[in-house]
Design a protein around this ligand. Sequence first.
Ligand code: LHQ
Length: 261
Amino acid sequence: MSPVLASFDSGVLQVTLNRPEKLNALNPEMHKLLRQALERAADEREVRALLLTGAGRAFCAGQDLSERDVSPGAAPIDLSVSLGSYYNPLVRRMRELPKPVVGAVNGVAAGAGANVALACDIVLAARSSFFIQSFSRLGLVPDAGGTWILPRLVGKARAMGLALLGEKLSAEQAAEWGLIWKVVEDDGLLSEAIQLARQLAEGPTKGYGLTKRAMHASSGNSLDAQLELERDLQREAGFSEDYREGVSAFKEKRAPRFKGK
Ligand code: LHQ
């Protein structure tokens, strides 16, 4: 079985991390397959939303630690290579994909696995799942965008507590703190996530892509710069077929039929 599964249906590319016996801990092979899936999502017009989840009882336990030789005589490991080659491009691809990415956190999301989950645009989490910034337990710094996204989502005080203490954060608490969109009962998670991804896949894909750009740019922009960006992106959105369809549907008092362009 492939360690990353990809299947396409109803506009949604579902990508499943599939090494359940290792709690879907990420290795280079999985990164390669994840990259291919994200490239497919970017290239294929029919793909209008991506759904990321995990097989078995975990979403993802972060970097595969079994592949690291840390015995006393072993050469020091340069972790920047792994971040530069795999994690940083992964997070960038997810953020830059001009289509919605839904994360369905089915179980534990630890270390880089937690931050890959948080790089999704909308995160649903099973009630029994939890998040751990487990880096401090290994003497490491939160990576895969953790030090960027955590303070922005939950504020510096909570971000610092999560990072330094490395304690479990329940799905419920994560939702209460604004880290994720919603908690879903365990047995309904995948079907609700698929339903949501399909809903998004029927939406104005172009407008969604532009919305992602605006949202992601906002944290580095002044209000003035953001207003200018909104003006430019709205210009682009206004030229889309979906804008015409949206306005027509409103006037005709019917549901819009967006084509994603
Ligand atoms: C694992 C892993 C794992 C391998 C469970 N690797 N096998 C660092 C370096 C470079 C660049 C990128 O970024 C990073 C950041 C990182 O992501 S570092 C890794 C951060 N992740 C962790 O520290 C999590 C480590 N795992 C755990 O703390 C526990 O496994 C959790 C809390 C996730 C789940 O605990 P349990 O439910 O008690 O399960 P378990 O510990 O028994 O794990 C089940 C199996 O999965 C077990 O294998 P085994 O052969 O003994 O049954 C674990 O060894 C394996 N596994 N995480 N990251």
